[in-house]
Design a binder for this molecule. Sequence first.
Ligand SMILES: Cc1cc2nc3c(=O)[nH]c(=O)nc-3n(C[C@H](O)[C@H](O)[C@H](O)COP(=O)(O)OP(=O)(O)OC[C@H]3O[C@@H](n4cnc5c(N)ncnc54)[C@H](O)[C@@H]3O)c2cc1C
Length: 397
Amino acid sequence: MIYESIIIGRGLIGSAAAKYISRSQKNVAIIGPDETTALQQQIVFASHYDRARIQRIVGKDSVETLLNLQSALQHSLLENESKINYHTKEGCLLVTPDATDFDLDHFSEEAKKFDVNYQIFENSDQLKTFNSYFHFPGSAKGIYETSPSGHINPRLLIKAQLEVFKKNGGEVFNNTIKEIIYQNDAIKITCIDDEIFYAKKVLLAPGSFVNFLNLLKNKLVLKVKSETTIWVKVNEQEAHRLSSLPPLLYKINEPEIQDIYLIRPLKYPDGNFYLKMGANLPNDIYFKSLPEIQEWFKNGHKNDNRPVLEKALKSLLPSLSIEEIHEKRCIVCYTKHGKPYIGPIEKGLFVAAGGNGYAAMSSDALGKIAATVLLENKFPTEFSSKDFEPVFETEAV
Ligand SMILES: Cc1cc2nc3c(=O)[nH]c(=O)nc-3n(C[C@H](O)[C@H](O)[C@H](O)COP(=O)(O)OP(=O)(O)OC[C@H]3O[C@@H](n4cnc5c(N)ncnc54)[C@H](O)[C@@H]3O)c2cc1C
């Protein structure tokens, strides 16, 4: 049997693309390991094994803002269609320790253009009146974006996308792909257990793993980086006390820590409440090979990053009552131009990968673009192929 289209990667972008493709095509499948299988097999991993991702709207340019906005506007529709709630609209707070890193003019212009509501805080006193739990330096400035900013549960977002995909007749397979080759008029997809699929069209959406195994002949220019978060266990009372904390993006830029993100204590599948915080750190590893990544997920760092993250957390939330802290490993990847790579690669083969650390919030729109390119061979009119052009290693020298 030859599928019309197969999507490789059951992550945030792949599941969104699958939903949109299944609206127009019959005989569509998505293949990727589910979380339990991936963690058991330890071949490929993902950026979505988590409970919370920040949703904001204003991005670094209008393309990013439009992607975020289009995605955010889909949440309630998808929640209704799938009967799965994954989006919470508590707003999002963006803070810089001083004015240097703040382009308020850009923010105001974007917010006006896209009709985003926000509130500005000129100093730490004003920030304190907004939320008394956070502690920022006196010179700090902040912007609070209101709903639909907030946070999303990435596991449930994927589940919701795939519910709709399945309702539309799409098939979901729990497997990992090791090779893609052309055979006769079809694309042959071989899984690690040697199961074989054929498709007329294939969308590669395996996130940070796109250059590994034999998925691509020409490798994409992609920086793949380790990402460490701390999960801070608190009791239910403490979680309740801090329930007004909005998701925070703190543009700190110190030698030992940059770009903190923090999400208030939420209930996780193990029944406990964890506050989550992550940042860019000097210890972060830029991976060159799949075995290095596998080693990172299995044994990486072992608490090396914890002291610096813990120190920053205690400075931000001095009153936090902590029961336990542990480190969790994740992965992100960065493209050459800072936007995901979306586009055709070879006959019938397409790519949508390269989240740049921010593609959970825009994944629905990214999936829609990838679906449009695969189905209609063109970009939606509001986007340009140039912004998402895949850059290959051979071209980049
Ligand atoms: C700690 C952390 C915090 C983050 N916080 C935010 C945030 O607050 N807001 C935000 O917008 N973004 C955030 N991100 C980034 C966001 O999660 C990613 O940009 C997003 O998940 C990228 O989507 P993707 O579909 O490209 O990749 P993924 O979501 O990683 O999905 C790729 C899928 O492909 C599968 N796969 C890989 N290789 C193969 C193969 N060979 N065969 C089959 N399947 C394969 C993987 O198992 C995975 O399921 C964060 C990331 C991390 C790690």
